[in-house]
Each structure stands twice: as C-alpha cells, then as structure tokens.
Design a protein around this ligand. Structure first.
Ligand code: NAP
Ligand code: F7E
Length: 324
C-alpha cells in the first residue's frame, strides 16, 4: 500500500515541489485547494498543472473548519503537510487582521481536525525564520529566542506554539520546520527575488525600463525550494517529532542579489533600480542567518544549490518564459 499524503497549500511554490517529490517517492498525493482555484485552473493551478492528473484535489479553505475535517476524514492521510498560509510579509502589515485570523485559526483547525480524524498521522507545519525577527543571536538555531517583527511572523509563532502544544498535550507526531527564505522559478512575483529576476529579464528584453524596490540592505539566507521540501519529508520519517532549522547558513544582501541578477543579463543594475518608500516595511527584519547543523546531523540534510546557481536559474527561466 502506498503512503498517503495530504498537502495544504499544494498550489503554492513549496506545495508544488513537495507534491512532485512525494509522487516520485511513490506516495498517493492529495491536496486541498480553494474553490476559486478549481474555477480558474489556468491561473491558480499552473504550478501543479504538469502532474495534476496524478494527484487528488479537495475543495477546502483555512477559514472553513468543517471543510478541513471532511478532507481529513475522506483522505485518512499518513502524513499531513500544512503549508497553506497568507505568506507575504508586506501584506501582513496592510491586512494584519486577515493574516492573523487565517494563519493562526487555519493551523489550529488543521491540528484539531488531525486529532479528531487522523490522530496517527504525522504532521509538518511550515514555520519560518520570520519568527526570529529582531534576532538576538546569529546564526539562528532551534534554541534562539523568537522576536517576530510582523503580523506574519506573529501568526507563524502562534502556529509553532500550537503545534508544540498539540504534540505535548495529545501526543500527535507534529513537527515544525523553521525554514529560511527559499526561492525558485515558481516563486510568487511579489517576493523580492522573483520581482528582481523577472524585471531584469523584462528590462533586458525592452519590456520594462525600471525596477522599484525598498530596503536593499536587508540580509537573507536564501536557498532553493526544491532542496527545502526534501527536508520537510525527512522530518516526518524520523522516530520522534521535532523542530528543525532549514537554511544554507550563508546570508546575502538584497543589493547583492540585484547585482547578480542584472549581471546575468549583462546590465548595470544601478541604471535601472529606483528606491520607492512604498516597498519599505513599517518594521524590518534586518538580518537572517540560519544554523542548519541539527538538520545535517539528524536528518542528513544539507542545501545543495548555491546562491549564484539559484539566482541564475531564476533569471534564465524568466528570460526564457518572456522570450517565448
Ligand atoms: P505560497 O507560494 O504563497 O503558497 C501559499 C499557499 O497557501 C497557496 O497554495 C495558497 O492557495 C494557499 N492558501 C493561502 N491562503 C489560503 C486559505 N485561506 N485557504 C486555503 N489555502 C490558502 O507560499 P510558499 O512559498 O509555497 O510557502 C509555503 C509555506 O511555507 C507558507 O506557509 C509560508 O508561510 C511558509 N514559508 C515559506 C518560506 C519561503 O521562503 N518560501 C519560508 C518559510 C516559511 P491559493 O493558490 O489558492 O492562493
Ligand atoms: O523580502 C526586502 C524586504 O518579500 C525579502 C516569505 O516567503 O521569507 C519570505 O519573507 C527582503 C525583505 O521575503 C523589496 O524588505 C526590498 O527584507 O522576498 P521578501 P520575506 O519578507 O523575507 C520568509 C522566510 C517567509 O516565511 C515568508 O513567507 O527584501 N525588499 N525591496 C523587498 N521585498 C519585496 N517583497 N519587495 C520589494 O520591492
């Protein structure tokens, strides 16, 4: 009998890579999607389109507890990957109420549905380096105190604590991954890496003439999403549930990333980039640098893609897509 996995957020960057990874491992893969996605597959289902015939989709939302219970009851998963969330930090300042409500209640609903309908299942929760916020030590590891700086970070910290509480109170096999930024050609266009790589390609092809950005000094520990979904899976194959930092350990500034992307298309970034205060956040996370040594020692996991390979892959992919 193949193992069965249920993925929330299967239409997103990570969900699509994780579904592919689990299919390759012989899993039966199920995902929850919003009704609007099913109604508009050409837009919302593009990331999973290449393998959509090999997976099973169920209509549900993070706001609707009965819909999550029904998915859990029907699928009876061996593993649950809870990736769905309002994941854009900037948006969480503009609409903190929705972000807090969806992300915190959504995680609580998933845990409660798991406890009721699939208590033996193993669960992964998508925690984040944004929980470290105004960092109190560097690099950040599993024991580093959390000081979130955004409604998004606060919502994820609440989710992380809910996961820990369900693990301790009800014995669920529930793990949190504390994942640092991870990107890919499937990244949403509003996140800084994809915004930069897509604009570098557009400017190169004469389809845009400038790129407006916010804070270029922020340092992020960027890895490849394809590497990071493997770590999610490995966490659920361990003997005991635990939490893990997943990172490269090598931070770079937004400015470094912009330069690398524009160099790739042979352009001088300083001629095209304009600072627009609209993209500066009310509170910024200045620096993130993860220490992935626990993941290396216990999961045997390390990042395999360098920062340069990642940015080049994204630029090349955007150039190819825009040239077609
Ligand atoms: P993403 O591309 O933004 O995908 C988010 C997913 O959540 C989409 O499938 C989206 O569905 C779904 N979703 C959002 N609101 C929903 C709702 N109310 N009901 C049901 N589904 C909903 O995010 P990602 O980059 O793949 O990240 C996956 C998870 O990891 C997120 O929880 C994110 O916060 C977390 N994380 C990401 C990073 C990173 O660097 N990528 C790092 C740490 C943690 P639609 O397609 O219908 O919008
Ligand atoms: O910003 C700066 C911005 O939006 C990165 C999510 O996946 O990773 C992601 O959150 C940095 C920040 O990602 C622009 O101020 C400058 O310092 O790409 P981002 P994020 O906020 O780090 C974490 C780990 C998650 O968990 C989240 O879900 O880039 N920046 N100028 C800009 N950022 C954006 N988006 N747009 C700009 O114009």
């Amino acid at each position: 009998m193949p193992k069965t996995a249920l993925i929330t957020g299967i239409t997103g960057q990570d969900g699509s890579y994780l579904a592919e990874h689990l299919l390759a491992q012989g899993y039966e893969v199920h995902g929850i999607v919003r009704r609007v996605a099913l109604e508009d597959p050409s837009h919302r289902l593009v990331r999973i389109a290449p393998f959509i015939d090999r997976i099973h989709l169920h209509s549900a939302t993070l706001e609707n507890y009965p819909s999550l219970c029904e998915a859990m009851r029907v699928v009876k998963p061996d593993e649950v990957y809870h990736l769905a969330a309002q994941s854009f930090v900037a948006e969480s300042f503009d609409d903190s109420f929705s972000t807090l409500s969806t992300n915190i209640n959504g995680t609580h609903f998933i845990l409660s549905a798991l406890k009721a309908y699939a208590p033996e299942a193993r669960m992964y929760f998508a925690g984040t380096s944004e929980m470290f916020g105004k960092v109190v030590e560097s690099p950040q590891r599993e024991t580093t105190p959390f000081r979130p700086r955004s409604p998004y970070g606060i919502s994820k910290l609440a989710g992380y604590e809910l996961v820990r509480n369900y693990r301790e109170a009800y014995g669920l096999f529930a793990c949190s991954g504390i994942l640092f930024n991870h990107e890919s050609p499937r990244r949403g266009y509003e996140f800084v890496t994809r915004k930069v790589t897509s604009h570098a390609a557009k400017i190169k092809l004469g389809k845009a003439d400038r790129l407006e950005l916010g804070n270029l000094d922020a340092l992020r520990d960027w890895g490849h999403a394809k590497d990071y979904v493997v770590a999610m899976h490995l966490m659920l194959l361990q003997d005991q549930p635990d939490d893990y930092v997943i990172a490269t350990g090598k931070p770079h500034s937004v400015r470094d990333m912009v330069k690398l992307a524009f160099d790739r298309v042979g352009l001088d970034w300083e001629k095209y980039v304009v600072i627009n205060p609209r993209f500066v956040r009310p509170a910024e996370v200045d620096v993130l640098k993860g220490d992935p040594s626990k993941a290396k020692a216990q999961l045997g996991w390390t990042a395999t893609t360098t920062f340069e390979q990642l940015v080049h892959e994204m630029v090349d992919s955007d150039l190819a897509a825009l040239s077609r």
